[in-house]
Write a protein that binds this ligand. Structure first.
Ligand code: PLP
Length: 404
């Protein structure tokens, strides 16, 4: 047995790099959509580990997959392939536009692979001039230096020295601005099919179609970052399936592992051929434990039952939030798709989303923010109706305190 030291939130400040500022309480146990902290206080979880715990905490199918695989084989590296990775890749390609999969360990790594592949594809096919990558203001694609530079928030990418080049940004939903930037030098467009971190902002239908047309016109690849929107979050396996637009490359992570770290880049056979042996890699990518868990998540999530359930839960969330708003008038907009929902605060509460998050936690419900003025909800895709109502009742008490 290991010697279990007693630790508290104060320990964090003593031993951790201060790049995070976590809550004062420390969660120790979760079951479904409920979580308990060290003191035994119970919370309803509407945060879902930032859109990760798509089947809640400790789902039996995931626990079973993890323990079964844990007793068989943990790790090999990519010197060998393994059965869980092959099965998961087979299921992902059968269920999507893609023919080929590259496994990574996070969303940033899946996007990093997507960007490197796009650059290599363009170099091979058109030469070194075709290197321009265009992305969108307020977009978020991860924290590696390439992905954070492609992300549309300079505050996250500044201060680390020279950035990767040939990356430009325009406003989301502004097709004319995008068109003005594009040329035969454009290698790829990277976008979220619904901006999550940037404030839960949906694309206009004509905008997404227009982006696809511009990519086709200039021989540029369309990369969808579905790290947050993917794996059932918006009510289809991937968000692109409801948009009528198919990307060339898709990045998946977060819900893909349901809480076990894994990322995946999906693409066509023709594009994938440009990542020849040795061009890219990862020691852990395609790890058997991660893939076994993700396969179990896939089997539960990719069913009509669960996906239709996401839409029903979306309606319950939206109508109940509207009822809260009728009483307190704190939101100017309640939006989002499936169980990636945002409530934007009125001008009076501008910049105060974090106060709502803290007040909600004090009432026993975990929520997220998306920027300074949007409260974000990304619960389990199978959260029971009763937990939604109980969590929103607690949330209403928090709202009453701040608005009263
Ligand atoms: C969370 C997120 C990422 C980064 O994923 P990590 O696993 O933290 O690297 C990238 N893109 C989007 C859209 C995300 O929401």
């Amino acid at each position: 047995m290991t010697n279990k030291l007693s630790v508290t939130r104060a320990t964090f400040d003593d031993v951790m790099v201060p790049n995070y500022n976590p809550a004062q309480m420390i969660p120790v146990k979760g079951e479904g959509s409920r979580v308990w902290d060290q003191a035994g206080t119970e919370y309803v979880d509407f945060a879902g580990g930032i859109a990760v715990n798509c089947l809640g905490h400790c789902h039996p199918a995931m626990v079973q997959a993890l323990t079964e695989q844990g007793n068989k084989l943990w790790h090999l590296s990519n010197v060998f392939t393994n059965e869980p990775a092959l099965r998961l890749a087979q299921k992902l390609t059968d269920a999507t536009f893609a023919d080929r999969v590259y496994f990574a360990n996070s969303g940033a790594e899946a996007n990093e692979a997507a960007l490197k592949l796009a650059r290599r594809w363009a170099l091979d096919k058109f030469g070194p001039e075709k290197d321009q990558i265009i992305a969108f203001n307020k977009g978020f694609h991860g924290r590696t230096f390439f992905t954070v530079t492609v992300g549309g928030q300079a505050a996250y990418s500044d201060g680390f020295g020279p950035k990767p080049g040939a990356i430009e940004h325009v406003d989301y939903n502004n097709l004319a601005a995008l068109e003005a930037l594009m040329s035969d030098k454009t290698c790829a467009i990277m976008m979220e099919p619904l901006q999550g971190e940037g404030g839960v902002i949906s694309p206009d239908a004509e905008f997404v179609k227009g982006v696809r047309e511009l990519c086709d016109k200039y021989n540029a690849l369309l990369i969808f970052d579905e790290v947050q929107t993917g794996f059932g979050r918006t009510g289809s396996l991937y968000a692109y399936q409801q948009l009528g637009v198919t990307p060339d490359i898709l990045a998946s992570a977060k819900s893909l592992g349901g809480g076990f770290p894994i990322g995946a880049m999906l693409t066509t056979a023709e594009i994938a051929a440009h990542l020849k042996p040795g061009t890219h890699g990862s020691t852990y990518g395609g790890n058997p434990l991660a893939c076994a868990v993700a396969e179990a998540v896939f089997d539960v999530v990719n069913t009509d039952d669960v996906l239709a359930g996401v839409k029903q839960r979306e309606q319950l969330f939206k109508t109940t939030l509207q009822q809260i708003n009728e009483k307190y008038g704190v939101f100017q907009d309640i939006r989002g798709q499936g169980l990636l929902l945002g409530a934007e605060l009125t001008e009076k509460f501008d910049g105060k989303a974090r106060d709502f998050l803290n007040a909600a936690a004090a009432e026993g419900v975990m929520v997220l923010v998306a920027g300074p003025s949007v409260i974000r909800f990304t619960p389990s895709l199978i959260i029971p109706e009763q937990d939604i109502l109980e969590g929103l009742a607690r949330f209403e008490r928090a709202v009453a305190k701040l608005a009263g």
